[in-house]
Design a protein around this ligand. Sequence first.
Ligand SMILES: [Fe+2]
Length: 236
Amino acid sequence: MRVDSTAREPEKRVRQRTRPCYRAAERYDYIWVALDEPLTDIPDLPEAGQPGFRKVDQFYEPWNIGALRLMENSFDAAHTAFVHRKTFGNVERPRTDGHRDIKMRAYGFDTVNETPVKVRGELAHRAVHTNTTDTVRRSQSTWYMPFVRRLAINYPQGLVHAIVTCATPMTDHASMILQWVYRNDTEAQVSTAEVIAFDRAITLEDKRILEAVIPTYRLRSPMAKRCTCTRTGLGS
Ligand SMILES: [Fe+2]
């Protein structure tokens, strides 16, 4: 004889048959899900939908890193010369003025950074709209807590290359990484494949280093709740 263990407990039966529901919204061609009551809105990205800008989806893949480690790396101006020495870093001038004009937000901050960089190879010359071997990145970076950053790079030729990177934690040691970019040029000037390839080489340099270090911030630890970027991380 089968006995329904919940026959005398209708509330328990309802709970067992009810799946949890989460808030979800579509924006920027992706689904954003809040696992709890949202503290803030979905990031408002300045270039999205702006006339003259196109969006290039770059990748969506798991990395063996802690999500906060990627966010910290995004504001570490000091790593550029070393980690990116084969792409745009200038290891012969391993100096940075760091991030300045830091403006705190309720859930994040904005910073400004200016870095002389190298332009190596035909692909980079096309992607950056220059034939010179040196240029300057004037960047505005924004951290949207906890796991989204925007890096809007302004080049002297007028090109804007605004990268959006999102990290969704899966464990303390693994995250799903999503990246796309907005550019104020056209497919005829630089193809989608070239835009992807240009950033891909740079991103893989970061991935190689980040996957080799300890995540540091465990998501459930009290430290993670109090986590702020260190001044070293901000390149000061
Ligand atoms: Fe990097």
